[in-house]
Design a protein around this ligand. Structure first.
Ligand code: SAH
Ligand code: TYD
Ligand code: ZN
Length: 416
């Protein structure tokens, strides 16, 4: 429960249950995390206040302020899911798993919310299974269609879900990865799932896990697009209030630690033992308490101080410092810590849509990753730390030549 002292904190209304959300961390004025700019666009750059709170009723951790969805997801949304070989394999495995366990009927139908460039659905399509992806962002949806996939260029919500139910019939699986946590209007999503899902169907979604975010102090998982930081307890409460039940949880190593939640219609399946086990683990660790979240906020402040101190020292020593991976996550780090071109001269990234542009808010130039080995710096700040194994394997020559990586998860350290 919230103490009288906590009542003085800024409050918002919970987007999951309508309860009161109390703030525990303010990350300041922030830009759109995936809005890479050209120089003339700088004066019109959009900013909002990035702060996070805990719902005292359902324990859902969420942003205090919402960014309109069309500002984030539009024709030029620049995140392409297939940009990581590890993620390609993860989603091929995921698709095979869903097909094996949930699509055994005569004419199964798999729907994906936020299919992006088709990284998951391509395997469903190759298996000859009926599918539909919802993807409102124009160019990434086009990349999925180019793979032969059936993609609807709309936001998934109650009205669009009902249309698909009427035209295509019930879905056996509704899947979403790194998308449900992006969606403040969860009521409409769950009513849409209710309308589209068959009686024995499952709604499966995977997103960054609050337990891992707290354990690693990975505060860069907080940005405009990540409206919710889910836990098993908060998802269980959400499911129950829309006639569903959380029947399974799977911890995943991808993207710094995620959970795959499986929801079925209430009473349709017996929940796996690991649901109660994960909730018990969350309760023991205080995951959904203001005391633990305040401690997290204090750790975030220490990371900012340590990272700034390190970058300022290296710059004073005349070292060349760059960054690697123009991630959405890094917008939070760079803007919260005040890391601009004075401390990090450029960011390398493989995404053509980001190259030749400036990072959001801090305006660091983005260069093609192919140029990184040709002009090796002294230090590289690894913004894409969740892809560390893949990137460090690819860029082995950098360390062999004396370069060192800077990481800030779970704390600031140098790997040389
Ligand atoms: N599933 C992919 C993409 C994640 S990025 C992966 O895990 O890598 C989130 C995607 O969700 C974006 O492509 C965005 O355009 C899409 N999106 C956002 N809101 C949506 C909604 N209401 N319905 C469908 N897609 C949505
Ligand atoms: P990611 O961490 O997946 O997500 P987000 O933007 O949501 O924080 O982003 C990875 C970024 O790093 C993406 O812009 C592509 C880039 N990248 C590379 O430059 N090289 C690589 O080897 C990999 C895996 C990613
Ligand atoms: Zn709530």
């Amino acid at each position: 429960m919230i103490s009288p002292a906590d009542r003085a904190r800024p409050q918002a209304t919970c987007r999951a249950c309508g309860g009161t959300v109390v703030q525990f961390l303010d990350l300041g004025r922030q830009p759109l995390s995936d809005r890479f700019l050209t120089e003339p666009e700088i004066p019109q750059e959009y900013f909002f206040q990035l702060a996070v709170g805990l719902c005292e009723t359902c324990t859902m951790v969420q942003l205090m302020q919402e960014v309109p969805r069309e500002r984030m997801f539009h024709e030029d949304y620049p995140y392409y899911s297939s940009g990581s070989a590890v993620m390609q394999k993860h989603f091929a495995d995921t698709a095979r798993h869903l097909l094996e366990t949930e699509a055994g009927g005569p004419d199964p139908f798999v729907v994906e919310i936020g299919c992006n460039d088709g990284v998951m659905l391509r395997t469903v399509h190759e298996a000859g299974v009926r599918h539909l992806g919802f993807e409102p962002s124009g160019k990434v949806a086009e990349a999925a269609r180019a793979k032969g996939l059936r993609v609807r260029g709309d936001f998934f919500e109650e009205s669009t879900a009902r249309e698909v139910r009427a035209s295509d019939g019930p879905a056996d699986v509704i899947f979403a990865a790194n998308t449900i946590c992006h969606i403040p209007y969860l009521d409409s999503i769950l009513r849409g799932v209710d309308a589209l899902l068959g009686p024995d169907g499952v709604f499966v979604f995977e997103d960054p896990y609050l337990g891992d975010i707290l354990a690693k102090t990975s505060f860069d998982q907080i940005y405009d697009e990540h409206f919710f930081l889910f836990s098993a307890r908060s998802v269980q409460a959400l499911a129950a209030s829309f006639g569903f039940e959380l029947v399974d949880v799977d911890r995943l190593a991808v993207h710094g630690g995620e959970v795959r939640y499986t929801l079925a219609r209430a009473g349709a399946r017996r929940p796996a033992d690991r649901v109660a086990a994960l909730i018990a683990e969350e309760d023991a660790g205080g995951v959904a308490t203001l005391a633990r979240l305040d401690q997290f906020a204090a750790q975030v402040g220490r990371i900012r101080d340590d990272l700034r101190a390190l970058l300022e020292r290296l710059t004073a020593e005349g070292k060349r410092v760059v960054a690697y991976g123009a991630t959405a996550k890094s917008a939070t780090v760079a803007n919260f810590c005040g890391i601009g071109p004075d401390l990090v001269s450029r960011v390398y990234d493989t995404t053509p849509a980001k190259q030749g542009r400036l990072t959001p808010g801090t305006h660091i130039p983005v260069h093609p990753a192919s140029e990184f080995p040709t002009d090796p710096p002294d230090y590289a700040l690894l913004f894409a730390w969740n892809h560390a194994d893949e990137i460090m394997a690819k860029e082995q020559a950098f360390r062999q030549a004396g370069g060192a990586w800077i990481l800030y998860v779970p704390h600031v350290h140098v790997r040389d």
